[in-house]
Design a protein around this ligand. Structure first.
Ligand code: SF4
Length: 234
């Protein structure tokens, strides 16, 4: 598997203390991406590991998985490497290691991957397909289908919405989309725009006015909560 970087964090990408792997390769091209070097499928800075090598490394780290922690796979987009990821997740499940993925939910294979994980994080960039194509580069059709599938199965899902001024800072549009589903097993998180990683675009960064006016995240939270939709801040 191609891994761009790895390291521990606490409670940011799933519960407890976690070993987080950033997988190389993404099928989206979000104009605000803070990990632009993870987008190409090939990157000389990414390292190749076998499934067994990663499993052994994770098992050696298990003493660090305190407070309900474990291992998280993020990207890039994890489903670009879904075949190998599923092999690894099966081994981790047998070893009773807590697992999490963060995904853009654009691959049908996320349904198979999700069967082997304990905590599912999905990013949702825009409710409007035309705007999604404009800012991300592809349609949101499969993303919506996958999220709606998880709502219908009632599995736990944590949905992250990165909020960028002038791109998607319309809380009502998001709330109107989500209010028509049973979201009782979902929790929503709103991430305020930042420009960390701008340098990785090497002059191609196109967001010029993305910082949010104060109160925007509060407005998102209030509108969702008024519809009875659970929100969380991490
Ligand atoms: S889905 Fe994530 S990794 Fe891929 S381009 Fe968008 S922000 Fe970057």
């Amino acid at each position: 598997m191609k891994i761009l970087q790895k390291g521990f964090n606490y409670s940011q990408d799933g519960p407890g203390n976690r070993l987080v792997y950033h997988l190389q390769g993404c099928n989206f091209r979000c104009k605000w991406c803070s990990n632009a070097d993870s987008i190409p499928l090939d990157n000389s800075n990414a390292k190749e590991y076998s499934v067994d090598e990663l499993f052994d490394e994770i098992m050696r780290s298990r003493m660090m998985f305190f407070d309900g922690g474990g291992v998280t796979f993020t990207g890039g987009e994890v489903c670009v490497q879904s075949d190998e990821l599923i092999q690894l997740l099966k081994k981790l499940k047998s070893a009773e290691i807590n697992t999490c993925i963060e995904s853009n939910a654009s691959f049908p294979s996320i349904k198979n991957v999700a069967e082997y994980i304990d905590y599912l994080i999905v990013d949702f960039k825009h409710f409007d397909d035309e705007m999604h194509r404009k800012w991300v580069g592809v349609s949101n059709k499969t993303v919506k289908e996958n999220i709606e599938y998880f709502f219908s199965t009632g599995r736990q899902i944590h949905i992250r919405i990165p909020v960028i001024h002038g791109v998607n800072d319309n809380p009502q549009g998001f709330a109107d989309y989500f209010k028509s589903f049973d979201t009782s097993n979902a929790v929503f998180e709103f991430l305020a725009y930042h420009e960390f990683g701008k340098d990785k675009w090497q002059g191609e960064y196109e967001i010029s006015d993305g910082f949010l006016p104060s109160g925007t995240i509060k407005k998102f939270t209030e509108i969702f909560e008024n519809y009875g939709i659970k929100t969380v801040a991490t």
